[in-house]
Design a protein around this ligand. Structure first.
Ligand code: ZN
Length: 196
């Protein structure tokens, strides 16, 4: 497992609802926490590790020894109130930051890793992170939320990521789009299909 970077197609893919929570999923979550801490991040969505599942993790302390480890499965956001512009970054776009307008407070409903229900009103950094990560599950990057003028200032950085991606894909280091989508379909079959 590794963190994929812009413009990998899985980052623009709309993730599917998870239908079963099992030991394999718990193992995936454990690996995601390791990767997130290694990258000093505060949140990581399944898309960012090339998995098409509606799941993300958060620890606003970015430190395994501090804060609270939160897992959100099939999150649904509602009741966004107020707005606030802050710079955001993303583990799928290292060293790139830009201003994003988000709701100041938000309500989230989700499942936890034990199948427990989560229902909470969030504010501050946690509200922002949860909105950023839920966007990932819909295939939306923070870039897509920036105004055109701010986005223009990141043009050169983004072109570097795009050139790097193209060259790695052409060199066979990253699979072809066809193979990437076939793998996503296999993951969906495993975790997102109804079985009797
Ligand atoms: Zn991100």
């Amino acid at each position: 497992m590794e963190i994929i970077t812009h413009p990998h197609p899985t980052l623009s893919y709309k993730s599917k609802t998870i239908q079963r929570i099992n030991s394999e999923l718990r193992d995936i979550v454990a690996q995601m926490f390791e990767l997130m801490y290694a990258a000093k991040g505060v949140g990581l969505a399944a898309n960012q590790v090339d998995l098409p599942l509606r799941l993300f993790i958060v620890n606003t302390s970015a430190n395994a020894a501090e804060g609270e480890e939160l897992v959100f499965i099939n999150p649904v956001l509602s009741k966004g109130k107020g707005s606030e512009i802050e710079d955001e970054g993303c583990l799928s776009l290292p060293s790139v930051y830009g201003p994003v307008n988000r709701s100041r407070t938000i309500h989230v409903e989700a499942f936890g890793l034990q199948g427990n229900t989560i229902s909470a009103d969030l504010d501050g950094l946690l509200a922002r992170v949860v909105q950023h990560e839920t966007d990932h599950l819909d295939g939306i990057m923070f870039l897509d939320r920036m105004n055109p003028l701010s986005l223009k200032t990141l043009e050169t950085d983004l072109q570097e990521f795009e050139l790097e991606f193209t060259s790695r894909q052409q060199g066979g280091i990253i699979a072809s789009d066809e193979v990437i989508y076939a793998k996503l379909a296999a993951w969906e079959d495993k975790f997102c299909t109804h079985r009797v």
